[in-house]
Structures are given as C-alpha cells and as structure tokens.
Write a protein that binds this ligand. Structure first.
Ligand code: NAD
Ligand code: TYD
Length: 351
C-alpha cells in the first residue's frame, strides 16, 4: 500500500484533506503529521481515526532530525504539506514563529524528501499547499491573481508563505524534486478555528459578543468552501504537472461588512432572533496593520487543464457552516476554553 504523508492534518483544511484521502483513497495509507498547536485538534478527525488506512503521528516540522528520520524510515510515495502558522494577526505580533514553521519547517521537509527520494524520484510528489496572499493585494475591480502574477507579499504571514513557495520551486529546479504548488483563496467551513473572520463572527453572534470589523469593512476576500479546496488538492496531487502552480478560488468576492451582515441575517433566522438583532453587535475596530485590500483568484488554469470547479454556492456553503457550528457547540466551547483559552484570548491583545 502506498504511504502518503499529510502535514497539518489536525488543522482546519488539513482535516478535510485527511478525511477525503482516507475515505476516497483506500489504496493509500495516510500518515497525518501534526504538532497539535492551538490550531490543531484531533476532534476534527474523530470519524476517521479508527480507519485501517490512517495513522496519526505527533511531531514538529521544525525538528529537522525528527523529520529526517520519519521520512527516511517510511517509504512515502507523496507528501502533502499543509502544516503552517496561518493567522495574519498572529504573524503581525509574532513573525518569528511564522519563519520557523512556514519557512524552516518547509525546508526541513524538502531536505528530508530530497535525501530519501534520491535516485528514486519517479512517481513521487511533494505537494506544497500555499495561499493567494503571496501575490499581494488587488485594487482594480476585474483584475485577478494569475499563476504568473508577480509575488508581492505584504504581511509576515504571506512573506513566510512566499518564501516557502520559492524554496519549493528552487528544490524542483536545483535537485529535480517532483513538486507541485497550489495557491488558494480564503476557505470557510466546519472545523475552522474561531480566530478567523467567519467562525469568529459565528462564535460571537452565538455568545452575544461584539463583532469586530476591521477598519470600514471594505476589504474584499474570495471565499471557497473547504471541501472544494480538499477536492482540488486531490485533483492536483494526482493530475498536476510537476513543477507547476495552480490557483484555486471560488469566484466569490465579498466585502467583509456585506459578509458579516449576511451571516447576521442567517443567524437571526437560525436562532429565532428578531431581524437586525445580531447585526446590532457589529463594532468597527482599529484596522489591521498593512491590511490587504482585495484578493481574487483566476482559477481558469485549474478548471481548463484539470477539470476542477467549485461545487457549492456561497449561501448554501455558509448555511452548512453555520449549521455545523450550531450542532457542534461543544467543539466551539472546547477550542475557546481550557488548555486553548490562553491562545484564544491572546489574539484579542493583538487588536
Ligand atoms: P490551521 O492553522 O487551521 O492548521 C494548521 C495545522 O498545522 C494545525 O493542525 C497545527 O497544529 C499544525 N502545525 C502548526 N505548526 C506546526 C509544526 N511546526 N509542525 C507540525 N504541525 C504544525 O491552518 P489552515 O487554515 O488549515 O491552513 C492549512 C494550510 O493551507 C496552510 O499552509 C495555509 O497557509 C494554507 N491556506 C489556508 C487558507 C485559509 O483560508 N485558511 C487559504 C489558502 C491556503
Ligand atoms: P481572516 O479570516 O483573518 O483571513 P485573511 O486575513 O487571511 O484574509 O480575515 C478575513 C478578512 O476579515 C480580512 O480582511 C480581515 C477581516 N477581519 C475582520 O474584519 N475582523 C476580524 O475579527 C477578523 C479575524 C478578520
């Protein structure tokens, strides 16, 4: 049975990727490597944890000798790398942890794969999961990020992801490591840690807390349902061209304020509240430093070359997401209390 290593599989997107590969690919044994930081949670994978083709490995990608042993002792057919520090606000207050995990951690994985796969690269694949934020920000409506758009990272988070992308391409060029990269827009869906916009707003609406909208709420993001991203990763892992990059996006742009109002209306209905009750919680707060104005992806290459398209309309995806949080209040409570509480509260200090 071919072994696939997925890093960061206990996190938001990683858990959906692990589930998809465990359930859709019984021909693989999936190894989920995760350090279980504040963002990683094995609760996200309860439904597949006893599957015969699944193994969890706790470990840190920053630990070079551990990574080297893991990859040299297991004959991994592929590596799908998602482990990262992923929150822009945290990167503003603590850039170095982003350098360590996102840059050093990625290079540790590349070095280990290069060594273990030397002389036997055929059929192997190192898949690096990246973000559209490496392209910087857009201003003009009707302009989009293409795979050829020049990198222009503007936050410590996007700078660390851009740096890791460059290392992945450099290992392909220099050592012929078989790599593929995708750059995706903002994801939403179940198991999203409630420090990011959509789950934070759901959490605060539920708890009647202020809904902090940065600046004037005019920044624009392109939202994609997380299961569509996991399906794109599956397609690119199997059909993508070595050395290529694929943009993934939802063609679904929303200003933050319109999105928060849509969510408020949806939650009013679900919670039996009067219309406008949740929106009254909206509070404009100091803007994020260096806040990127607009992200929008052109995913034509992925749809034309590999046949992937988003499957869900936003309203449907958002309703599924809200329903998941309403049915999993215990998950929400657990990740914002107990051992996670310090991490959770710390982000408020950053505002
Ligand atoms: P997340 O923060 O929810 O999860 C990250 C996971 O990585 C967690 O399980 C955490 O425990 C693990 N991790 C962190 N540091 C680690 C380390 N040193 N060693 C091992 N494991 C470690 O992140 P996410 O939102 O699921 O993002 C996953 C990947 O997708 C990231 O690479 C991110 O840059 C990329 N991405 C995210 C989005 C988005 O909208 N969330 C969009 C495009 C790309
Ligand atoms: P976020 O979910 O952090 O993703 P990213 O910054 O990687 O796009 O934020 C999405 C947008 O929402 C971004 O423009 C910042 C804004 N935002 C708020 O207005 N309030 C908040 O509390 C958060 C977390 C984000």
């Amino acid at each position: 049975m071919k072994k696939i290593l997925i890093t960061g599989g206990a996190g938001f997107i990683g858990s959906h990727v692990v589930r998809r590969f465990v359930l859709h690919h019984p021909e693989y044994h999936i190894y989920n490597l995760d350090a279980l930081t504040y963002a990683g949670n094995l609760e996200n994978l309860r439904d597949v944890e006893n599957a015969p083709n699944y193994t969890f490995v706790k470990g840190d990608i920053v630990d070079a000798s551990f990574i080297d042993s893991l990859i040299s002792e297991n004959d991994f057919h592929g590596i799908i790398h998602l482990a990262a520090e992923s929150h822009v606000d945290r990167s503003i207050s603590d850039p170095m942890s982003f350098v360590m995990t996102n840059v050093v951690g990625t290079v540790n994985l590349l070095n280990a794969a290069k060594k273990a796969w030397a002389g036997d690269m055929a059929g192997r694949r190192f898949y690096h999961v990246s973000t559209d934020e490496v392209y910087g920000e857009l201003h003009d409506p009707g302009t989009f990020f293409l795979e050829t758009t020049k990198y222009d990272p503007r936050s410590p988070y996007s700078a660390s992801k851009a740096s890791s992308d460059h290392f992945v391409r450099a290992y392909h060029n220099t050592y012929k490591l078989p790599v593929v990269i995708s750059n995706c827009s903002n994801n939403y869906g179940p198991n999203h840690f409630p420090e990011k916009l959509i789950p934070l707003m759901i959490h605060n609406i539920l708890n009647n807390k202020p809904l902090p909208v940065y600046g004037k709420g005019e920044n624009i993001r392109d939202w994609l349902f997380v299961e569509d991203h996991a399906r794109a990763i599956d397609v690119i892992f199997h059909k993508g061209v070595n050395g290529d990059t694929y943009n993934i996006g939802g063609h679904n742009e929303w200003t933050n304020i319109d999105l928060v109002k849509l969510l408020c209306g949806l939650m009013d209905k679900k919670l039996g509240r009067a219309e406008g009750e949740s929106a009254a919680l909206i509070t404009y707060v100091t803007d994020r430093a260096g806040h990127d104005l607009r992200y929008a992806i052109d995913a034509t290459k992925l749809s034309e070359e590999l046949g992937w398209k988003p499957s869900l309309q936003f309203e449907e995806g958002l309703e599924r997401t809200v329903d998941w949080y309403l049915n999993n209040k215990e998950w929400l409570h657990n990740v914002t209390s107990g051992e996670y509480k310090g991490y959770y509260d710390s982000m408020y200090v950053n505002r």
